[in-house]
Structures are given as C-alpha cells and as structure tokens.
Design a protein around this ligand. Sequence first.
Ligand code: GDP
Length: 310
Amino acid sequence: MITALCGGVGGSKLALGLYRILPPDSLHVIVNTADDLELWGLRISPDLDTVAYTLGGIAQQELGWGIEGDTFHALRGLETYGLDTWFRVGDRDLATHIYRTDALKRGESLTSCTAHLASRLGIRADVLPMTDDAVATRLLTGDRWLDFQEYFVRERHALSIDDVRYVGVEAARPTDAVLEAIRSAEVIVLVNSNPVLSILPILSVPGIREAIEGSPSPRVAVSPMIGASSVTGPAGALMRLTGHPPTSAGLAALYRNLIDGIVLDSQDERQRGEVEAMRIGVLATNTIMRTDADRDRVAAETIRFARSLR
Ligand code: GDP
C-alpha cells in the first residue's frame, strides 16, 4: 500500500503516475479539503474533485480543473440571474456538487460520499478527504483576509500574501480511514503540491503529522520547486511564510522529521549537500511531468528511491 498526501492540479499529476504504475486497490490519496467552498448553496471540494477526475480519466487536460468536454450552460444561466460566476463550474462538474451537497444533507460523511463518487468513476484507489470537519484556508493581503478561492481564482493568486490560516483546523479530526492509510502505508509520498496551500493544511489536522512522524515506513517528498521558484503557481512566493527559502532545500527543511528523502530536479543537484546535511536522502531527476510517461517515470523513481531509504 502506498499513501500519498495531495492537493489538486499540480499534485494530481504525480498521484496519477502512482495510480497508473501500482496494482489496483493499492493507493490511498489523502486530499486537502481546506480549499472547499460553498457556492450557490452547493458544497464544492476542488482538490477532491481534481484528484477524482484525474484518476478517473475524465479531467480537463489543459486547464487542469473540471471535466474534459464539459459545457457551461448552467453557469450562463446563473449569470443571467446576476450571480457571480468567477468560479467556473461546468455542467457535468455541477452534478458532482449536487450529489455531494445532497449526500451531506442526508447525513453522509464527506469520506463516504467521496468514496461513492470515486467508485462510480471507476477508480480503484481510495480518495480520502483529510477530515470530515470544516477547515478553511484564509489568506491575509494587507489588512484584508480573503477566502482561498477569492485569492486563487478571483484574484488569480496575483496578490502578495502576508499570512495564512487554516481556520477550524485545531478542532478538526483526521478520519479513521486517513489514520489507517498512514498506518498501513509501505511508503508515504508528499506529492509536489503547493506546500503552504495543500500539504500544510493536511499536516495541520491534529494527529496526521504525528502519525507520519511515527511511521516506520519510508516517507518521501517530491519537490514542486526548481531553482528559487515553483514550476507553476504561487508555491515559491508562499514559502516565505514558512520562514524557509523557496527552494527544494528549503522544502526539505520545512518537512524535516517528516521525510526520509526528497526528490528534486536534476537542475538542483547542487542542493544535494545541503539536504543530505539534514540527514534527508536525495534523488535528483527530471521532475517535470508533461506526459503520462513522465508521470509514470517520476512515480516509479520516487517509489524505488523511497524503498531504498529505510
Ligand atoms: P496543488 O497544490 O496540487 O493543488 O496544485 P497547484 O496547481 O497549485 O500545483 C502545486 C505545485 O505543483 C506547483 O507549485 C508547481 O510548482 C508544481 N508542479 C506543477 N507541475 C509540476 C511538474 O511537472 N513537476 C513538478 N515537480 N512540480 C510541478
């Protein structure tokens, strides 16, 4: 069993590689839910859906979110009624949110309705919300606190961020399924998701970090950084909030005690010494994942590297 901690678009590239190279039913993906939002009365879980659509083979490839070939008639209808539609939801995607909202209203847990969605999409892996409780990432820009999607989608992550909070996380509990996935993992992978926006919210749910720290199995991270910035998105800029530099070595320092090894890009081979001095192993390889073959290769190399560590 392999357990991955994952955000949405960037991280699901590696999650898909892991899914493709592993036998069926041997991958658990613990997914960030601190980006979740309520919109038009619907509960939307962007990272859970991105992972499910990606593993289910229906994700929109170019945008990285939504469903391939989806239409936007409902969204245009909402526009007609004067509603804000900067958060774009396709028609088939809408069905997911309607299903989830209805299931939650009927008293189902987020874990159980996600399992149902994933199974109906034909996914032979466990897609697990980090918690069934409400957690919300909020970001401070100047003197204004923004909701995650206001920052990420409406403002296109162009604002400079002074602080981040995962509201509700102290009271959140990891689900039994999450703790069991960590306990039974032969390898734990912190995928190349945005550390501040996707991985730290998961690690901040009380009990999850401790479970990973206490795991006797090898734990590895794959870096989203090349040089002094992230491959895409604001991950590099947000690393400043952690007090670590926006490099793979900075990430290794952030994940210290949690990981036995880090996969960084060959271009950052010169950071090897600094990382190894933290007693963290290094695999330097091409970490850019454009094609399925890239995703499979990075996934396979990551697992092989992890198994060599402990
Ligand atoms: P999320 O955090 O997984 O929800 O998704 P993002 O789309 O914000 O991406 C997270 C990180 O993935 C970004 O900071 C990118 O630097 C990184 N990323 C995107 N594509 C690649 C890739 O091909 N290789 C590596 N190593 N990182 C990538």
